[in-house]
Structure formats: C-alpha cells, structure tokens
Design a protein around this ligand. Structure first.
Ligand code: NAD
Length: 490
C-alpha cells in the first residue's frame, strides 16, 4: 500500500470519538502500511496530559488490534499532546510551533489534516484561528474533517458553513457522515451500476416502493442530554437517511468519481419534494418509546432516561414518505423509518418491485402475488437477498416464496475496514466521494426544517410505542393507506 504523508491535528483528542474510533482507525491504516514513518498526530484538548500519558491512552485504545507491544509503542511514538482551550489564541501559536517541528522531524511535506472531534459550537472558532494564526500551510494539502451535527436547522448550518468557509475552501472540507463509510452503502452503486437486471428496472415503471429502515434496539443510554436537543429527525433523517435516499435515487454518474457522484446526489436531493406545512402530517409521523417489560426485564421509557425531561416531546422514532419529483421516480414512495428501543437491530433497504399484471396462479387471476423484493443488508451483517416466487413442490399450481440470500460471514464483515478507517484514508487521498457537500447538507435541512416546524406547533401524544415494538401504530398506517406494509427481512 502506498504510504501517505500527513500531520493530523485532532481537536478533542481526549474525547470518546477519538478513543473509540479515530485512534484504532489510524492504527489499522498503520498496520496496512498506509501510514508508516511520515505521519504524526497532535492530540489537543483541555486536560493537562503529558506526551507519555497520551501515548499510553492511545496504546490502550488499540490493545486488541496490535500484534505486539513494540509495534504499538512504535505507532504511539508518533503521537503528541498539547493541552489548551480552543478559544485561546495563544493555543494556536503553540500548535503552530509544534506542527512545524513535527513537519520537519517526520518530513510531512506540509500536509495537514485537522480533525474536529468536539462540539460543533467550537468549529467556527477553531477554523477562524487556524487561518488567522497561519496554521494552514501554503504548500502541501490542508484538509478539515468535521463531525456531525452540522447545524440544527438550515439557518444555523448556513452560519456555521460561512464561518468555516472563511478559512477553508469547500474542496478542503470533509463533512463526516460515517454511514457513507460503510461497505454496503458504497455497495449501492455496485448493485445499481454493475447489474443490468437491476439498473434496467430502477425506475417508477418497475419499482413500487422503496423502504429504508434504521432500527436500533438500544435506547438513548447516556446520550439523553444530547438527544433532547436533537431527536430522531435531526439525528438520523437529515444526514444518514437522506444520504441513502440520494444514493438510491441518483442518476448514473459519468464516472465513479467524487465530483460526478456528488453532482448526481445533489440533483436527486433537489428533486425531493419539500412539503407544505399542512402536508407534513400526511407524510411524516413520529413516536417516543414508553416503558415495557421485555423477557421479564423492565425497559425504561424515554421520559425516565437519564438527563431527559420527564415531559419530553423529543421523538425517538420517525417514519415518513419521501417523494422524488423527477422522471425516474415520480409516484414511487421512499418510505423511511428509524427509531430507538425497537424490536429489531439493524439497517436494511428493501426495494419492492411491481407485481405481475395478472396472477395465473390464483383461480380468479386477480389475487396479487407476493412482490419481488431486493433487500440490501447494511448492518450488522452485510449482504443481499432477493425474494422470488416459485412453484410449490407437489400437485397443483401453487406458488411459494423463496429468498436468494447472500450474507457476508461474520469473519468477512469483521475484516472489512471500519467506516472511520475508510473515511480517513479517503481524506488522505483527497477523495471526498463519501463525505457530504454543503449543497447536500443545505438541501437536507430545508426538507427537514418544514417537518420540524410543523411538529413544533403540535403537542404529540407521547409515549406512543412500547419499547421492543416496531414503533407506533401511525407508522404502519402510513403505509397501509397506500396499500403497502413494512418489510423486515431477517
Ligand atoms: P466528548 O465530549 O467525548 O469529547 C469532547 C472533546 O473536546 C474532549 O476531548 C474535550 O476535552 C474537548 N474539549 C471540550 N471543550 C474544549 C475546549 N474549550 N477546548 C479544548 N478542548 C475542548 O465528545 P465526542 O463524543 O468525542 O464527540 C465529538 C464530536 O463527534 C461531536 O461533534 C459529536 O457530535 C461527534 N460524534 C461523536 C460520536 C461518538 O461516537 N462519540 C459519533 C458521531 C459523532
């Protein structure tokens, strides 16, 4: 593997994300030879840590991955820690000094990746200082990776974007949506553009509806404080789900290159119908989990969780019908749902094809046959299944359903690169395919804002689904009124 050269500066270097995802991902890249001698990492946060202590922490985060202590120690020796508050200007001159020093020591060619793994409140301050204090180099590359959430509505996102763009060009900004780093999300393009049987049918003539389900079995756990300010609509729909919608709906790009794909995704997102306030109730429903007893164990309701308002109106479940008003998709509903404390755990996409014009296998010829459904399993197990009708063995002409299924083995899934690993490597390669462009973020917020605003005007009857169910009744009704039902393909 070709070695990459860069200095990583991780803001929020003592945080949860850094420890759980970033350090292990950097280590995997190291083991695979993408990072060798010519890289260094500066971790920065408020706590006073020494380099030695920092390296111990880094080694702790990779202890299950490292083959030997020597290897881990060698890797960790590239890590440097600097304590400071990001709002303090002095911090940046010290950072600059350290950066220059490391640049020389490791011959980093002035390549810099700034990773903002901390609260978005600080994104603007940090980027402003990086420019003002001249941490952005003139030669070499300078790239900025930022975490979600990107704003909490269109307006705040636009302000944040302006702040960041005052220091970095759009093509230097890598907005993380870790869903885009997942193997099977990237596989959507392969399913569509490498298989004539699907691409030829990938339109409103042959597809009845598409369903995207992101189902979590856990509750908010200790993230109650954050979740109260977000809710499922902002936390999942604005980013992950609309990204998946755009990948499923986009036109074939001229090439599988970042700019080409992005252009098609943006076009798809621009075709997503933005509802009028009074239409929202017909297209979107929300829910919040209540307490229940599952297998003799009491499961808390959302309002009883830590750091959650006992009268909270925050939704932990959303289901909706997204319409895409273009030639390919006019009339085809994209049903989406996501929620916490649901019965199932996993993400899958179900594409339901249209039925036969006539059912020769039923006496009256009109009872519809079961539809063909293509399932794309995203997580935890990756794979596909195709639901087909076949003749039931024996006398008569009855049909039965069969599933052609391919699921990656647990081993293959375990060996597939972790989302963050892929995304960091993409960034090192200057490939922004799997990051979100501002135009996508902006369009997604415009779609979500109308729903949020309509919901804010009404008091929901929460809780409305028990923990361990598949969400509120209104979610099933949303499809029933169109003559469909939710698929969950185990
Ligand atoms: P965290 O609270 O664990 O870490 C925050 C870090 O910022 C700490 O290192 C803290 O010391 C530092 N910090 C806070 N204020 C500072 C200041 N004024 N000056 C210098 N340093 C300061 O947060 P996290 O869970 O690691 O999340 C970081 C970002 O990643 C957030 O934007 C979050 O939304 C996003 N994110 C996290 C996860 C996750 O799994 N943890 C997943 C997706 C997105």
């Amino acid at each position: 593997n070709q070695e990459k050269t860069a200095l990583f500066t991780i803001f929020g270097g003592t945080g949860d994300l850094a420890k759980r995802k970033l350090y292990p991902s950097l280590y995997r890249l190291y083991k695979k030879g993408f990072l060798k001698e010519h890289f260094a990492v500066i971790g920065t946060a408020r706590r006073e840590w020494t380099n030695d202590y920092y390296r111990e922490i880094v080694m702790e985060t990779i202890k299950d991955l490292a083959d030997s202590t020597e290897e881990a120690t060698k890797f960790a020796s590239h890590f440097y820690y600097q304590a400071h508050n990001v709002t303090d200007t002095e911090h940046y001159s010290e950072l600059k000094e350290l950066s220059t020093k490391l640049d020389e020591k490791y011959q980093l060619e002035n390549n810099r990746i700034y990773y903002l793994a901390m609260s978005p409140n600080f994104f603007g301050t940090i980027t402003e200082h990086l420019k003002a204090e001249e941490l952005i180099t003139n030669d070499g590359f300078n790239r900025l990776i930022i975490e979600k959430p990107f704003g909490h509505d269109y307006e705040s996102a636009a302000i944040l974007n302006d702040q960041i763009r005052a220091s970095f060009h759009e093509n230097q900004i890598y907005r993380i949506d870790h869903y885009l780093g997942k193997e099977m999300i990237q596989n959507i393009s392969a399913v569509r553009f490498a298989n004539a049987i699907f691409e030829s049918m990938w339109n409103n003539r042959y597809i009845d509806n598409i369903q995207i389900t992101l189902s979590e079995s856990i509750g908010v756990e200790e993230r109650g404080g954050y979740y109260e300010t977000s809710g499922a609509l902002r936390d999942m729909v604005q980013n992950h789900i609309l990204q998946v919608v755009s990948l499923l709906a986009m036109e074939p790009p001229i090439e599988l290159k970042d700019e080409e794909i992005r252009e098609e995704k943006i076009k798809a997102l621009r075709s997503v119908r933005i509802f009028k306030p009074e239409e929202v109730r017909h297209y979107f429903v929300r829910g919040q989990y209540g307490a229940s007893t599952v297998h003799d164990e009491k499961s808390l309701g959302y309002r009883e969780e830590q750091n959650v308002d006992p009268a909270s109106q925050t939704e932990t479940f959303v289901a909706g019908k997204v319409m895409i008003d273009n030639f390919r998709w006019a009339g085809v509903p994209f049903y989406i749902r996501t929620g916490k404390k649901l019965r199932e755990k996993g993400t899958q996409i179900n594409i339901q094809f249209k039925g036969m014009p006539l059912n020769l296998f039923s006496e009256d010829h009109t009872t519809p046959q079961e539809p063909n459904v293509l399932t794309i399993y995203i997580q935890p197990t990756e794979g596909f299944s195709l639901q087909l009708n076949s003749k039931k063995i024996g006398q008569g002409l009855e049909t039965e359903l069969l599933n052609l299924k391919h699921k990656n083995s647990a081993e293959t899934s375990a060996n597939s690169p972790e989302a963050y690993e892929k995304l960091i490597l993409d960034c090192l390669n200057g490939d922004s395919t799997n990051f979100t462009h501002w135009d996508e973020v902006a369009q997604s917020w415009k779609f979500v804002d109308v729903i949020r605003q309509a919901w804010n005007k009404e008091t929901p009857e929460f809780p409305n689904y028990p923990s361990g169910s598949m969400g509120p009744v209104c979610s099933d009704q949303l499809l029933e009124k169109d003559g469909f039902k939710w698929f969950w393909n185990p």
